[in-house]
Structures are given as C-alpha cells and as structure tokens.
Design a protein around this ligand. Structure first.
Ligand SMILES: [Zn+2]
Ligand SMILES: [Zn+2]
Length: 370
C-alpha cells in the first residue's frame, strides 16, 4: 500500500540532496521522515541518466537523494546533468556533507563539527595560474553567478538573529534524533553486522587540534625525505597520523572552547562564500592565503559543478582544517551536523502552494473561488 502523500511521478519532487560520499548519505538518510523506495524503486530515471536515487520525504518536501559517482567538480557537473534530466521540477538542490574549514571566520573561532552554508560558491582555481600568485578570470560575485532569488531570500532569513537561532535550535534537535536513531539501529543489529553504523557522538575537545599554518605535517624523526630539507613531498607522512609523525602538541594553537566537552556541543552555523576547487586543500598557508583573497569560510570540491546545473546551497560540516594534519576522526560527526542543519534549512524553505497541497494530499488552492 502506498504511504500517504507518496508521489506518483518524478515531477512531484522539488528538492534534491547531493552527497559526495556514502558516509554523508548515511547520515542524512537517518533524518528522512519517510523513504519511498523501501520495497521497490517506483520512479525510474530517463535514458542516459546513470545516477542511483533514494527517494523519500523530509518534512513537507519530497526529496531525491544520490551519491556522486566521482569526486570533484566535473564529476559533480556530469551527475547533476543526469539529475536534471530525470527530475525536471527541481527547485533547489542541497549539497550536503563534509569539508575543510577555515579556523577563523570573521574573527570567530570555527571548531570541528561546525557547519558552513554557502552564500556564494567561488571556483578559486578557475582561470590561469600565474607564477607566484593567482588571478581569477572573474570576480567573486560573477564567477558562478549569484544565487537565485529564492535562495538569497532564504539565506537572508537565516542572517537575522531570530532566523539563525531557530535554525540552530532545530539543527540541534535533529542531531540528537540522528544520534538516537543510530544508537537504536546499532542495538538492534547486535554484533552480527560486518561494520557497525557510526554513533555520531561528539569526538571530544581533545581531538579538535589546530596547528599554526606554518607548522606542517612531516615526519619529525627518522625520515630522510622529511628531514632532508629538500622540501620534497613525503607520501608516507601524508598518510600517517599526527601521533605517528610525532607532530608536537605543544605547538597547537590555544583556543577557548565556548562549550563543555561532549553532549553540550551545539553546532555553530556560518554563512559565507565557499571555495570549490579541483584538488583537496591541504595546506594551512594556502588555505589562509586563498581564503583571505576570496573571503572564503571553507573548502570543498563539488559545489562549482552542481551549481551550474541546479540552484544549489552547499551545507557542509567541518571535518578538518584544510591543512596537512588532516585525519578522518571527525568525518562521521561532521556529516551528522551537516545533515541536521540541512534538515533544518529544508523546514524553513517554503514551497509554492501547489507543491504544498500535493505534499499534504490536497488540491492546490484556486485563486478567486473558495
Ligand atoms: Zn617523511
Ligand atoms: Zn600532523
């Protein structure tokens, strides 16, 4: 039996969620209120579209979710073309997942787990590379075009005090719900599952480590490459943890954490320009230089590709500081905070009367008559 409000055709989907990694999709899937494809895949796709979709509902919105088959800007662009061809009534796409953050945003500290929301996406590596410095072909505002009116008005509402407070409160509720759902799933699956679902618990203040931009992640002992002074890249070091390379914790930037460890953490939400590039940002010095040039708050790799095809908001949890000390400890938690903010954003997104009536299983109001 069809669930109440289950759409009959693809054109009833107005929202897409795009993820770059399966772990990002895992987190947001826990926040769907209904999944429409538990038993079969009723909506299909157009010939030529190779994306595999998950369909369901979040709040009043029918949502189509998929994971990009390839990372990076061109992979995102190609897959979004497929999405557009199958789902022709999309109004908004959210790119939800994890990213590298800029540690200081407009004078405030950003911590791991905090969430960035894109006002504009800047493809900072577009154009020509000049020796020594870098000139973009176009300015920030028109390198990818400004967000459409709908998106601008939605984001403006989050920039009011009340709007931001509401968003943060709702996101925190969703995060708690997500953690609970994951715990319940893990309890039910017992010890039989090959790989347990992450519990999305806050990893701890002691794990949130920020080194100064010039303190790079290299072997401090017994590595000729790292210690030889040639400046050559050491693949082994890039894959090793800070504990293994013996990065010195005495060098960590001291920051005041405005929250207690553990349960009391509430994700801070930053709205600003997000840098989208073809390569992973993993240098503290490049990060700070490029962020200062283009007024960026975070770095990711898909936004510029999706943006060209569909009106898009990037919502990403900060899982590292886009420097050479990257590790994976924060990925699941940052995916969960981003998913929670994405759901809160969708709750504030107003669909038109027709879509709203569809979602509620009613006829659209007709003008003039009642
Ligand atoms: Zn080395
Ligand atoms: Zn390190």
């Amino acid at each position: 039996m069809a669930s109440p409000g289950r759409p009959t055709v693809r054109d009833e989907f107005h929202i897409a969620i795009i993820c770059a990694l399966p772990i990002e999709a895992d987190a947001i899937t826990l926040l769907f209120d209904h999944l429409w494809d538990d038993d079969d895949n009723p909506y299909g796709r157009t010939p030529g579209d190779t994306n595999t979709y998950t369909t369901g509902r979040i709040g009043l919105h029918n949502v189509v979710l998929f994971v990009l088959p390839n990372m990076g800007i061109s992979g995102a662009a190609a897959a979004t073309v497929g999405l557009r061809s199958s789902y022709r009534s999309l109004e908004l796409a959210l790119l939800v997942g994890i990213c590298g953050g800029v540690p200081k945003i407009a004078g405030d500290d950003a911590f791991l787990g905090d969430v960035v929301v894109s006002k504009t996406i800047v493809q900072y590596d577009y154009g020509r590379q000049y020796p020594g410095n870098f000139a973009m072909k176009k300015t920030v505002e028109d390198s990818l075009g400004r967000a459409n009116k709908d998106i601008r008005s939605l984001l403006a509402s989050f920039e009011t005090r009340r709007g931001m407070k509401l968003l943060q409160t709702k996101a925190t509720e969703h995060l708690k719900r997500l953690q609970k759902a994951a715990a319940t799933n893990n309890l039910q699956s017992g010890g039989r599952r090959r790989r347990k679902q992450p519990d999305y618990v806050y990893p701890g203040i002691a794990e949130d480590k920020l080194y100064p931009p010039e303190y790079t992640h290299v072997h401090r002992e017994s590595c000729e490459l790292c210690l030889g002074g040639s400046g050559d890249f050491c693949l082994l070091a890039s894959k090793a943890s800070c504990a293994d390379t013996k990065c010195d914790e005495a060098k960590l930037v001291t920051r005041e954490f405005p929250f207690e460890d553990g349960e009391s953490y509430i994700p801070e939400i930053f709205i600003g320009n997000i840098g989208s590039g073809n390569a992973v940002m993993k240098s503290g010095q490049d990060r700070d230089r490029i962020a200062a040039t283009h007024d960026l708050i975070a770095f990711e790799m898909e936004g510029a590709g999706a943006w060209d095809e569909v009106p898009c908001i990037v919502i990403k949890g900060i899982c590292d500081y886009a420097d050479s000390h990257k590790n994976k400890i924060w990925q699941d938690f940052a995916a969960a905070t981003a998913a929670s903010v994405a759901k809160a954003v969708l709750e504030r997104y107003v669909v038109n009367d027709e879509a709203l009536a569809q979602a509620r299983g009613l006829k659209a109001p007709t003008s003039g008559k009642n």
